[in-house]
Design a protein around this ligand. Structure first.
Ligand SMILES: *Cc1c(COP(=O)(O)O)cnc(C)c1O
Length: 371
């Protein structure tokens, strides 16, 4: 039997720490953090762990962030064996730092790995890597209200080989990007375009895996939505082109006049969002009737017109909760409720954000303090 100290060591893998020779000077960092936006400013460090067939996961290392060397034949560049996660570290009122349900991200990362024929990463390494990076780059939290450090763990096939089979070498990296408040003052309602020409995921495909390839396939329909004057694309199911699935990177919810809340079921073609699951739990806590059921585009249009449907919103880690005000397709447009953010949407958003930032009780034990 392992002693307590050994158990603690097993939970906390040892990371080799490589000092940064020239971290960003404080003034330059402050300038970058004044208005970081999303996904364009990066912190000083990154984590790297390499897996090789026969050896398993090698030494975990945290060092200066910078370009990586990749053989031009690296399998990821040809056959897209790549998965990722996205989660935020929050600064608590007492100056500490916390993650929101990181074990759910670790589990989903491994589910994605299995679907893409990649090795699984032990949860302790996944969470340990994030802890190390947040500790090293703790100065990179934006000082603005609602600011967070967005963490991007990802893994790709780094073996140089052009044959088609699962690679024998993978690289796991974690980088961090300070994120401002996605919507500065109260989230506006977005307008979404229903793609009828393109689908995101087919039954038996990779829709439930968080892999880069899904995003590559969503870029043309997303660009079409923008070109038509909308903010986001929403996809229908690939088999019948009728049932609402999700947006390119966010799950979708519908709130009805009878007080119920509905979201499409996880059928294998939808990404199992952690925000989705958390909002379902919060809605149940409130005593709302919660349904995971298929919802057709025609029903959506009809219910919006009759007033049966009051609100719709999209959700995901980056933007948390975003109201859907207007829906457009080749058949025309319709407005949901008043066209602005609905009451339930705003309340659920506020409740979730308050828990994430440690400002409200956390009855489900979702918040994990890491510093
Ligand atoms: C990541 C993602 C989501 C949202 O998941 P969260 O865990 O809530 O951030 C939804 N849809 C897709 C396609 C995604 O990649």
């Amino acid at each position: 039997m392992a002693t307590l100290a050994e158990a603690a060591r097993m939970d906390m893998p040892a990371f080799t720490r490589i000092p940064h020779p020239a971290p960003t000077p404080p003034e330059a960092r402050r300038a970058l953090l004044a208005d970081p936006g999303f996904g364009k400013v990066f912190s000083d460090h990154m984590v790297r762990i390499v897996w090789r067939e026969g050896e398993g996961w090698g030494d975990a290392e945290i060092g200066p962030r910078g370009p990586i060397m990749l053989d031009p034949a690296a399998a990821v560049l040809h056959y897209a064996q790549e998965i990722f996660e996205g989660l935020k570290a929050y600064r608590l009122a007492d100056g500490g730092t916390a993650l929101f349900r990181p074990e759910a991200n670790a589990a989903r990362f491994n589910a994605s790995a299995r679907r893409l024929a990649m090795p699984e990463l032990p949860e302790a390494l996944f969470i340990g890597a994030i802890r190390e990076l947040v500790a090293a780059d703790g100065e990179w939290f934006p000082p603005v209200d609602g600011g967070s450090l967005y963490l991007r763990p990802f893994m790709f096939a780094s073996e140089a080989f052009l044959g088609v089979r699962p690679a024998k070498e993978y690289t796991f990296l974690v980088i961090a990007s300070p994120a401002g408040n996605y919507f500065k003052s109260g989230a506006p309602a977005v307008s979404i375009w229903v793609s009828e020409d393109y689908t995101r995921a087919a039954p038996g495909g990779t829709g439930a895996a968080k892999c880069g390839g899904n995003y590559a396939a969503s870029l043309v329909p997303q660009a079409e939505a923008i070109a038509r004057g909308h903010d986001q694309v929403v996809f229908l199911d690939a088999a019948e082109r009728r049932w609402i699935e999700e947006l390119g990177g966010m799950n979708v919810f519908f709130a009805f006049a009878d007080g119920s809340l509905m979201t499409p079921p996880l059928s294998g073609t939808i990404l199992p969002g952690i925000t989705r699951e958390s909002l379902l739990a919060l809605a149940r806590d409130e005593g709302l009737t919660v349904r995971e059921e298929r919802y057709g585009i025609d029903q959506w249009r009809g219910d919006a017109a009759s007033g049966k449907l009051l609100e719709a919103f999209a959700c995901g880690t980056a933007a948390v909760v975003t109201s859907i005000g207007k829906v457009a397709s080749a058949e025309g447009e319709f407005t949901i409720g008043s066209g602005g953010p609905g009451q339930l949407t705003q309340r659920l958003r506020q409740r979730l954000v308050a828990i994430q930032r440690g400002e409200a009780p956390d009855p489900h034990g979702w918040v994990v303090r890491i510093g």
